[in-house]
Structure formats: C-alpha cells, structure tokens
Design a protein around this ligand. Structure first.
Ligand code: AMP
Ligand code: GLY
Length: 418
C-alpha cells in the first residue's frame, strides 16, 4: 500500500511512524510533513489545506489511502472530495466533522441524543450574552462556535473576564466568523481525559484514554497551548468508566450522526470531564489529539494501516483493534515564548544521545546540510514506553534533559500524578 499522511505536526509524524511499521505499507508520503516525517516518508510540498493539490498528489502517485491529521481540511470537506473521486480516505466528511467545526452543532446533537454534557446557551448578541452571564454561577465557560486553533475557549473566574471574552468574540470579532456565535457553558469540575475510538460509520472500536497538559507552565499555570505533554493510561480509567463512555457517549454520538444520514468515519475524540456524577463531554473532535497520538499509537498492537483501511471502507466489526497494557509518557519541547511569539531556525542539540525514547517532530525543518532546525512553537515530543506510568516518566525525562536548543523549554510535571 501507498499511504499519504496530511499534516505537519507531531501527531502526523507519530501516525507515519506507526504506518511505517506495517508490513502492508510499501511507501509513505507526507504533505507537507516535517524533518521527522522526511526520514520515513517522501515529503511533498503541498499545504494541508490545499484540497485540490492533495487530490492531485493522491492521484498522481496512485495513493491507496489518505490519512488526514488536522481538523481544518476535514471541516473544509476533504473527505467528501476524495470519496467523490473514488479515493479512499481516513476521516469524516464535512457534515460529520461539524461535531468539531461547530460547537453549537455538537451541543445540540449531544443534548438531543441524551449524551451527558455541560449545559450551554448560544448567543449572537453581545448585549444578551453579557446580561445572561451576570446571573450565572462562576466560573463560567465562553466558547467561540467555530474552529479557533484551540484558542476559542475561556474559562472565566470572574464576570468581567466572561464579559471581556464575549466582547472579543461578538463585538471585536477577534475570531472572525468562528466567533459570530458563542456558547456560554456551565463549567464542569473533575478530571479531564481524552478518549479515542475508531468509527466506520456504524461500529465503534475498543477505546483508549490519555491525559493532556494544555497549560504552558508547571502546575497548570500560564496560557493555554496546543498541548505540552500527555500520558496513558490514566490511573482512574477503569472498566466501569470505559463502559459508561462507550454506551453513554461514543455509541450514541456515532448513532446520531448515522441517523442524520451523515455517518462518521475516522477517529472520534471525546474530551471528557469525569465528574462526581460520571463522565460528561466538554468537547468532541473529529481527529486524533496532539500530543495524545504520540503516546497512544505506541500502545496499538494491531496494524494501523489495516485498521484505517477498515474504517475507510467499512467493516470495522471484523477487524481487531488491540491496545497493549503498557504505559507511555510524552513531553513536548517548545520554543521559548510559545504560545506567544517565538523565534525559529535554531539547531537542535542532543538528538543522537536519546536512548529509550522516540522523538516525534512537530515544528522542525532540515537545512541544506541536513541539520534539524526549529520551525514552530511546539518542536518535538519525546515519548517513552514502560510497564508503568512512573517508569515511562522516569525514562522520558532522562532523555528530555539531553535535548536542547536556544530558549527551549518543557513542563517537568507531565504524568507526575497519574
Ligand atoms: P478546548 O479548546 O475545547 O479543548 O477547551 C480548552 C480547555 O477548556 C479544555 O481542555 C478544558 O480544560 C476547558 N473546558 C472547556 N469546556 C469546559 C467546560 N464546560 N467545563 C470545564 N472546563 C472546560
Ligand atoms: N490535545 C488537544 C487537541 O488535540 O485538541
């Protein structure tokens, strides 16, 4: 098989790395990829949002399956375009991808299907929204309806903060059309977990859970980022919780999308708060998480290419999806200043001294001499696997300390409390 991976982050490097281990994969392409994917795939210089360009690459190279990493091309309808041309693709069509591209759509779908989630009300008028938050208990969550690259959510501890967030979205239009509708949500309290399942339109595979660290600084301080680290499995993830997430969340969401005539095909990602009353959804995404993918894929025992092909074609009920019992911990090494402004182009030192950890590249590029340079905010994710979270944690931090570049930083408390 020839597989094209769309995207350029650590998630896509991890997907390509897993596919590279498959006996049925002969050739990998990445568009646009990074310095890490370049070692196992041919990078093609086509942007992840250039749907025409990607379709051309798939046809010209005789690609058997295209795997989409990020949400933006899915929300733009890449899967519908490919399927209309008879090209197999891993990822949902535009309508099903609305579970991520419109938080209002997702909320209505969940409430209509009885899926446990936070209470929410939608507004397009700043005045009405501001009046509404004055009467609410704190903290309160304000969200832009559309895609905002992970920056659309504010958990406001004060009413002034909530009103300011409403103003940014509805009046100042800081998020453009994505912020023309906002959701004002109840703030859920509990432990956060990201849960993933493959869905082929009808069937939901065995799930896997990971925790993500969204704030830039140790102790969950500082601004929100794309994710600074992850580990799997969480200690609180047990058989009962798994059963409830499957029957109360994953299966009803997949069934609701199928009932609407827009079946979901791809990987379904539920952001769940484990509250006193049980699991409740705070967000749903239409793709793998980053950096969760870097820690969960090392635990997948089954051939990823075969699973993805089954999802793309249907027939997941006959495929095995086995997740191993081991633990994995991932630490993101980022550029000083991220998630604000930062400089790039610095050489990365110490990569050859890493032993016992995989290095997944995010923002990297190679110069003419083949040296790896920083090229983004999140630069690398180091991942170690071990018999326990503690053991994997020890190994990954031993290795993270060996890597560095000008102004690099990482969190030191990933998986400190599992
Ligand atoms: P998102 O950008 O949707 O991933 O949300 C960013 C973060 O906001 C999540 O990781 C949660 O920590 C938090 N969050 C979002 N919605 C809620 C909610 N309803 N209650 C509590 N926390 C939330
Ligand atoms: N790790 C968070 C995300 O991928 O959205």
């Amino acid at each position: 098989m020839k597989i094209l991976v769309v995207g350029s982050g650590g998630r896509e490097h991890a997907i390509a790395w897993k596919l590279d281990r498959s006996p049925v994969v002969d050739e990998l392409l990445a568009a646009p990829g990074n310095a890490g994917t370049a070692r196992i795939a041919s990078n093609v210089d086509v942007d992840a949002e250039d749907l025409d360009g990607l379709l051309r690459v798939a046809k010209e190279h005789g690609v058997d399956l295209t795997v989409v990493g990020p949400e933006t091309p899915l929300a733009a309808g890449i899967a519908d375009r490919f399927r209309a041309e008879g090209c197999a693709i891993f990822g949902p069509g535009r309508e099903a991808a609305r579970i991520e591209s419109s938080k209002l759509f997702a909320k209505r779908l969940m409430l209509d299907s009885g899926v446990p989630t936070s209470e929410a009300r939608a507004f397009t008028s700043f005045r009405e929204a501001a009046e509404y938050v004055r009467g609410l208990p704190l903290p309160v969550v304000v969200k832009a309806d559309g895609l905002a690259a992970g920056k659309g959510v504010v958990v406001a501890d004060t009413r002034d903060e909530a009103v300011a967030a409403l103003h940014e979205r509805l009046e100042a239009k800081m998020f453009g059309p994505a912020g023309e509708t906002v959701l004002v949500e109840e703030c859920l309290v509990g432990r956060e977990v990201s849960v993933f399942a493959f869905v082929d339109g009808e069937h939901v595979s065995p799930m896997v859970a990971a925790c993500d660290y969204k704030r830039a600084g140790d102790g969950d301080t500082g601004p929100n980022t794309g994710g600074m680290g992850s580990f799997t499995p969480p200690s609180f993830w047990d058989g009962e919780l798994e059963r409830r997430v499957r029957t109360e969340i994953m299966e009803p969401v997949a069934a609701a999308l199928a009932d609407r005539g827009t079946p979901y095909s791809g990987v379904l990602y539920a952001g769940i708060m484990v509250t006193k009353e049980g699991p409740r959804v705070y967000e749903i995404n239409c793709r793998f998480g980053d950096p969760e993918t870097q820690v969960i894929l090392p635990r997948l025992k089954t051939d990823l290419a075969e699973v993805m092909m089954c999802v793309a074609r249907g027939g997941l009920q006959d495929a095995r999806v086995d997740w191993g019992q081991e633990a994995a911990v991932g630490v993101v090494v980022a550029s000083g200043g991220y998630p604000g402004s930062y400089d790039t182009g610095y050489p990365i030192d110490g990569m050859s001294s890493v032993k016992g950890a995989a290095i997944f590249h995010s923002g990297t590029r190679a110069d003419e001499r083949g040296r790896v340079l920083t090229n983004g905010g999140r630069v690398l994710t180091l991942v170690s696997v071990g018999p326990s979270v503690d053991e994997a944690r020890r190994l990954v931090y031993e290795n993270t300390a060996r890597i560095g570049f000008e102004r690099s930083f990482y969190r030191t408390d990933v998986a400190a409390v599992a």
